[in-house]
Design a protein around this ligand. Structure first.
Ligand SMILES: C[S@@+](CC[C@H](N)C(=O)[O-])C[C@H]1O[C@@H](n2cnc3c(N)ncnc32)[C@H](O)[C@@H]1O
Length: 268
């Protein structure tokens, strides 16, 4: 394990201890709400019986939602504490979920081309090379399989609502692939920040994301900067609703793995 993984293991252990937002299993799901929460834009399609990998997606939210929709779910995450949340959610809903402790940068434990869908909630920015993750995802997706991931909007990554100056939210970090962006969690993520190491993220520029996908034979199907929040330019400046109206924080990508016919059958 390298220092990057070690840092995140410690950080997520602390976030689970303080009951941070992304560490709380979702106890409110049924099949209808599971689909609405996973897929507000209606792009998922039929998922019953499909093999889904929730990549760096521990915590007991998405894994339980996919299982309730009838998918065969594996969740891989670096944090044992986060995976515990997936197991608790699976018990609660009486569904079956496979949990695997591991790093998104190495998926060699899985048979080649064994998943129909790789679903990666916000986590790509926790590693310095998006390309490395795309390569691994391409190895485990079946041809035609799909990859959905969320990541930081690279143009504004590192800005926070509290950066309001009275006149705007100033850009101040270099726009550079792999540049470290580190900041304390906002209060809506973790009310208690006691002993929680700052998030340490890596900027992935738009060209690195798009060219990285193309380089691994992904066809980009849809990109969205809409996520499930309520941007409001009329809200009080410095609030989350105002901030997100000016500074869209996240991007979602849908891509399909479409290797040339000559590459089909290539195994690791
Ligand atoms: C923001 S959470 C995303 C998952 C959460 N289910 C959600 O609702 O958004 C980010 C997750 O990435 C995991 N993580 C960070 N670095 C990782 C790595 N290198 N490999 C695998 N998981 C990683 C963390 O342990 C954490 O569970």
């Amino acid at each position: 394990m390298d220092e990057i993984a070690g840092y995140n293991i410690q950080r997520w252990k602390a976030l689970v201890r303080v009951n941070a937002l992304f560490t709380r299993p979702d106890w409110t799901l049924d099949a209808a709400s599971a689909r609405a929460k996973l897929d507000p834009e209606g792009r998922l399609g039929e998922i019953v019986g499909k093999a889904v990998l929730c990549l760096a997606g521990g915590g007991g939210q998405q894994s339980a939602a996919f299982a309730l929709l009838g998918a065969r779910v594996t969740v891989l995450d670096l944090s044992e504490e986060q995976l515990q949340g997936d197991r608790q959610a699976a018990n609660h809903y009486k569904v079956s979920i496979q949990t695997q402790q591991g790093d998104m940068r190495d998926l060699s434990r899985f048979p080649a081309h064994s998943f129909d869908l790789v679903w990666q909630p916000y986590s790509l920015n926790f590693v310095p090379e998006a390309r490395q993750v795309f390569r691994e995802v391409a190895q485990v997706l079946r041809p035609g399989g799909r990859y959905q991931f969320s990541c930081a909007n690279p143009f504004v990554s590192g800005l926070m609502a509290s950066d309001w100056t009275g006149d705007g939210y100033p850009l101040k970090h270099p726009y550079q692939e792999g540049a470290v962006v580190s900041y304390p969690d906002p209060i809506w993520v973790a009310e208690s920040r006691e002993a929680v190491p700052w998030t340490r993220e890596y900027r992935h520029t738009l060209s690195a994301l798009i060219n990285g996908l193309i380089g691994q034979d992904f066809v980009i199907q849809h990109v969205s900067d809409y996520t499930d929040f309520h941007p409001d330019p009329a809200a009080t400046p410095g609030t989350w609703d105002h901030f997100t109206a000016i500074v869209p924080p996240w991007l979602n990508f849908w891509a399909a793995y479409q290797p040339p016919v000559s590459e089909l059958g290539n195994q690791r």
